[in-house]
Every structure is written in structure tokens, then in C-alpha cells.
Ligand binder design. Structure first.
Ligand SMILES: C[S@@+](CC[C@H](N)C(=O)[O-])C[C@H]1O[C@@H](n2cnc3c(N)ncnc32)[C@H](O)[C@@H]1O
Length: 377
């Protein structure tokens, strides 16, 4: 008898605002199915293993979520009944802890905290009726994290497959000032148009995030391999068979890494942050060329390559008059180079002779930035 086909699920890869298109390109390149560009992230479809694979392979997604149900929820009773109609037993028994995060927009139920409480009550009641014991809530580190979006009186209920934000790869043990999220660094590398083979330089590398992400991408090292545990590994249905399937998947991804990467140079003026960058690169298992150097001494040296960098901004610049303009001057002498800047300040533009080829608005934490790409003549 032929094996019955595996059920297909709908997943949602959440993105940092402004990185949705880069994430969509990445997921298509990684071979995920039914990938669509949406505001806030990218839905895709696949068997359960595809959700795991996205956690392990996506460099840009902030989270991977599994859609468990969509239903009309115009009233509190309808919300409670709809949540209780979902079979929670594959995910939660009385042994798992849970947390619920709700976002409400344009509904009759318009209080997020209240909606989250209703969802939690319905799940706890179901588990208690089935097992006579109740699961506990853990707001900090729950085994099962539930996200509910309630918009126009319709509920969409998701489980957090990744379990915490995916930018926490596990390799960055030391940071400098204002470190970039690893997922944002991966997104700007893709937006830069880098071919993963040419020389790449970050002359203000801080804790090395851009350079390390570039080396991992170039060597095809799956970013999730350095992470200890994902959310789905804490669900009730994660049994020995699934654990073995995950070990096999991790092994396949490990073997797919090439072991060699493009030449990547990471430099910074501060020897202490350079030390942190070296430690992080070691933990990530990548080789970079490190230099202690003032960006104002950077030169093209007759070579061609790419600069991708995230210069200091705001308060840090008050002690360095005209720094942005001088850096702009240095970059505009890098003839034949592509220079990509994640700029938190428009000042960087002032002394760059070229017009940006692309300008993409992004957010870096709470800061609104622009990612600017210049081709220097
Ligand atoms: C915003 S941080 C970069 C953060 C980095 N992307 C990360 O993820 O950690 C800016 C960096 O520029 C460095 N910097 C400041 N002035 C510099 C200069 N004149 N030359 C080289 N690096 C400089 C700082 O030491 C700091 O590490």
C-alpha cells in the first residue's frame, strides 16, 4: 500500500521591516514552495520538515511560525470556542509551559491583553479536561509560544516554530557598541548584490556581524547549525523519531558546507571590539582577515570588491567632527568598488560623489535607517 502523502502546512517567516523582499528571494533560492511577498514577512508552504529547514537555513527570517488555524472571532465566545476547537495535544500537555501574544486590529475585541487571556484560558481548559492537569504560563521562556493576530474579527493562530528570534545564532558571545542583528546583516548582504566570491570589506566591523554572516553565506554554512535548540524541539510531539529526523537534516546541512569562503576583511579602529569580532568568528567557525585600521586610511589598492558597512551614528559621532563627510570622501576614491552603507544618518551622503544606485529604508532596532548602494566610477 502506498504511504499517504504528508500533510502540507502553511508557515510564515517574519522579517525585520524593510527586509521582506530579501527574505522572499532567499526562501525562493532555498527551494521553499508557494513563497509570497507580504508586509511583515513571507508565507510559504510545506511538510513539517520544511519549517525546521527554514529555522536552520534562513539567514534573514526573524522567526518561523506555523499557522494552526484561521476562524471568524467577532465575540469573546467565538474566540474561546475557536481556540478550543483546535487540537492542542500535538504541542501542549500539562508538562509544557505556554505563552500567548495577541495583536488586535479593527475588531470588536480590541484589547490585546484580554484576547491573549481568552486564548490561554481555552487552551488550558482543553488540556485540563483531557488530563485533569493544567499547563503553566511562562512569559519569559515558554516551551510553546502562541501568536494570535485578530484583524477585522478574524483570528489567525500561529505557533513559534523557531522559539525565540533567529538572529540569536549562538556564535556572538561578545559585542561592541550597537551590534547589528545577524538577520539584518544577512539581509543587507543580500541587498548589496554580493556574488559570495568577490573580496568583501567591512572597515568599521565592530563585533564582526557583517563579515561573519558574509563568510557563513559564502561557505554555505547553515546559520541555524550553531544554535542549540529550536522551539519545535520543546513541543509534545517531538519524539525520538523526530529527533532522529532532525539529526539527519543537521548532518545533511553540515555536509553541504563548502569549507572555503571568499576573502573577507574586517577592520575597526578599536582593538577591543576587534578582539570580540575574532572570538565571534572563531565561535562561528569562519576565517576572516582582521586588521586594526582607521577607516580614513582605507584604500582600494587597485583591487576591486565590495564594502558593506554599518558606520557609527548619533551620539558616538559628536566627538568626531566631519567624520561622515571624511568617510564619504574615502569611499568616493574607491574607484571600481561597490560601497554599501547602512546609514543611520544622512550626513554620510554629503561627500560621496556618486548617486546611490539603490536606497532601501530599513529599521535597525528602533532606528530608522537607509541602506545605500553606490557604484564608484
Ligand atoms: C555601529 S558600530 C558597528 C557595529 C557592527 N556592525 C556590529 O555588528 O557589531 C560602528 C563601529 O565603527 C567603529 N569605528 C568608529 N570610528 C572608526 C574609525 N575611524 N575607523 C574604523 N572604525 C571606526 C567603532 O569602533 C564601531 O565598532
Amino acid at each position: 500500500m502506498a504511504a499517504s502523502p504528508e500533510p502540507i502546512h502553511e508557515f510564515f517567516a517574519a522579517a525585520i521591516p524593510g527586509t521582506e523582499r530579501a527574505l522572499c528571494d532567499e526562501l525562493r533560492e532555498l527551494g521553499f514552495a508557494s513563497v509570497r511577498l507580504n508586509r511583515g514577512g513571507v508565507p510559504f508552504r510545506g511538510a513539517w520538515r520544511e519549517g525546521w529547514r527554514a529555522c536552520l537555513e534562513s539567514r534573514i527570517a526573524q522567526r518561523i511560525q506555523l499557522l494552526v488555524a484561521r476562524f471568524p472571532a467577532p465575540t469573546q465566545d467565538a474566540l474561546y470556542t475557536g481556540i478550543k476547537a483546535i487540537d492542542w495535544s500535538p504541542y501542549i500537555t500539562h508538562r509544557q509551559t505556554l505563552s500567548v501574544n495577541a495583536v488586535c486590529r479593527s475588531n470588536q475585541i480590541n484589547h490585546s491583553g484580554f484576547a491573549a487571556l481568552k486564548v490561554k484560558d481555552a487552551i488550558v481548559d482543553q488540556v485540563r479536561e483531557q488530563t485533569q492537569q493544567r499547563p503553566s504560563v511562562d512569559r519569559e521562556d515558554a516551551d510553546v509560544r502562541i501568536f494570535m493576530h485578530l484583524a477585522n474579527d478574524k483570528a489567525a493562530v500561529y505557533l513559534d516554530v523557531s522559539g525565540g528570534a533567529l538572529h540569536r545564532r549562538g556564535y556572538r558571545t561578545e559585542t561592541g557598541d550597537a551590534p547589528l542583528r545577524e538577520t539584518l546583516a544577512a539581509a543587507i548582504l543580500r541587498l548589496s548584490g554580493w556574488d559570495r566570491k568577490s573580496l568583501l570589506v567591512d572597515p568599521m566591523c565592530g563585533s564582526g556581524t557583517i563579515a561573519i554572516e558574509a563568510a557563513m553565506w559564502s561557505a554555505n554554512i547553515a546559520p541555524g547549525l550553531t544554535r542549540e535548540r529550536f522551539g519545535f524541539e520543546r513541543w509534545a510531539n517531538f519524539d525520538e523519531e523526530k529527533a532522529e529526523a532532525l539529526r539527519i537534516l543537521r548532518g545533511e546541512l553540515r555536509r553541504a558546507a563548502s569549507g572555503t569562503s571568499a576573502r573577507i576583511v574586517a577592520s575597526d579602529i578599536d582593538p577591543e571590539v576587534l578582539g570580540a569580532a575574532k572570538a565571534n568568528a572563531r565561535a562561528a567557525g569562519v576565517r576572516l582577515t582582521f586588521k586594526q585600521r582607521d577607516v580614513l586610511n582605507l584604500q582600494g589598492d587597485g583591487q576591486k570588491g565590495l564594502v558593506v558597512t554599518n558606520p557609527p551614528y548619533g551620539v558616538r559621532l559628536e566627538k568626531a567632527p566631519n567624520f561622515c563627510q571624511r568617510v564619504g570622501g574615502v569611499f568616493s576614491r574607491m574607484h571600481g568598488w561597490r560601497v554599501c552603507i547602512l546609514a543611520g544618518s544622512p550626513d554620510y551622503l554629503r561627500d560621496i560623489s556618486a548617486k546611490p544606485k539603490y536606497a532601501v529604508p530599513l529599521t535597525n532596532g528602533d532606528l530608522k535607517c537607509e541602506f545605500l548602494t553606490y557604484d564608484m566610477k
